[in-house]
Design a protein around this ligand. Structure first.
Ligand SMILES: *[C@@H]1O[C@H](CO)[C@@H](O)[C@H](O)[C@H]1NC(C)=O
Ligand SMILES: *[C@@H]1O[C@H](CO)[C@@H](O)[C@H](O)[C@H]1NC(C)=O
Ligand SMILES: *[C@@H]1O[C@H](CO)[C@@H](O)[C@H](O)[C@H]1NC(C)=O
Length: 296
């Protein structure tokens, strides 16, 4: 009597199992279809200047979100910019750990509702970035002229040593600290009154060049790493011009000179006229004094 009952009961169980199986298959199909709808990132580009490094890509997400992973060669993937709707990711923190390493990043796409409930063993679609070796690939930023001084026939120009986000023992390193002798600067200079440019080079941050005395000069500087195959040069700094001040001093000298000579002239005039009047007065006085004696 127990057997028929058991036998009867097994049918609904099988049906339930079949339904579950069907549901699972449908879910997988739907999931696969969903994944196929997800747009993968494209046009992955590095924007890196003085080691500040941002990965950019397209397109703007509509129904999905992105995560970025970055890894040095033979290293582990590290998550950055987790589940973001942005199309850029700052990875500076990672690449400054070793600027001579070669890094690859990848942008993974997830459906918009992606959360903790989704199975994590389904690999999301992703796109790899081009490789980046910061020491070779980071662009050199536009330099700044920190100070300059023209004395006699010497022009001294000092380039500011830009700070980078590369750290050593907790302190930020300058561009010079990171690149050492590999980094040189080129000075382009010309007389303010002409356009013919000359160049000078230095492997420090200072230029000391010979110039014509009394002439004003304009100049720009450019950072260069000639050992690189690409990206050798930075943009040129904004131009600065020396003003020898000669013109201004001469004008001032003339004004002061004129004023001084006018004052002297005035004093002389006053003195002379005073002397003349005084003498006249004395003459008159002596005349008056003598009059009573002479007249009667
Ligand atoms: C994306 O890259 C392709 C070639 O890889 C290029 O033709 C296209 O113009 C790029 N799109 C944009 C918006 O830059
Ligand atoms: C990176 O490489 C350059 C040249 O290959 C070297 O001069 C420099 O010291 C290296 N920097 C670091 C931080 O290892
Ligand atoms: C050039 O100017 C810098 C900054 O004012 C100064 O430190 C340096 O000693 C000067 N160099 C020469 C050779 O005058």
């Amino acid at each position: 009597m127990t057997t028929p009952v058991g036998h009867h009961a097994s049918r609904p169980e099988a049906a339930v199992a079949l339904t579950l199986l069907l549901g699972w298959v449908l879910a997988q199909v739907a999931g696969a279809a969903g994944a196929a709808d997800i747009v993968v990132a494209y046009n992955l580009t590095w924007k890196s200047t003085n080691f500040k490094t941002i990965l950019e890509w397209e397109p703007k997400p509509i129904n999905h979100i992105y995560s970025v992973q970055i890894s040095p060669r033979l290293g582990d993937w590290k998550n950055k910019c987790f589940h973001t709707t942005a199309t850029e990711c700052d990875v500076t923190d990672e690449i400054v750990k070793n600027v001579n390493q070669t890094y690859t990043a990848r942008v993974l796409s997830y459906p918009a509702g992606y959360g903790h409930t989704s199975s994590s063993d389904v690999e999301p679609p992703f796109t790899n970035s081009p490789e980046l070796t910061p020491y070779l690939d980071t662009n050199l930023g536009q330099p700044t002229i920190q100070s300059f001084e023209q004395v006699g026939t010497k022009l001294n120009v000092t380039v500011q040593d830009a700070r980078t986000l590369v750290r050593m023992n907790g302190a930020f390193l300058s561009l010079r600290d990171v690149f050492g002798e590999d980094l040189t600067y080129t000075l382009y200079y010309w007389k303010a009154s002409s356009t013919g440019k000359k160049t000078a080079k230095t492997n420090t941050n200072e230029f000391l060049i010979d110039v014509d005395e009394g002439e004003n000069y304009c100049f720009t500087v450019q950072a260069v790493i000639s050992s690189r195959r690409t990206n050798q040069k930075s943009p040129e700094s904004p131009a600065e011009c020396s003003s020898q001040g000669r013109g201004i001093f001469r004008e001032l000298f003339f004004i002061i000179g004129t004023v001084v000579s006018m004052v002297i002239l005035l004093i002389i005039v006053v003195l002379v006229s005073c002397l003349y009047k005084c003498r006249k007065a004395r003459v008159r006085r002596t005349g008056k004094e003598s009059t009573p004696l002479n007249v009667p």
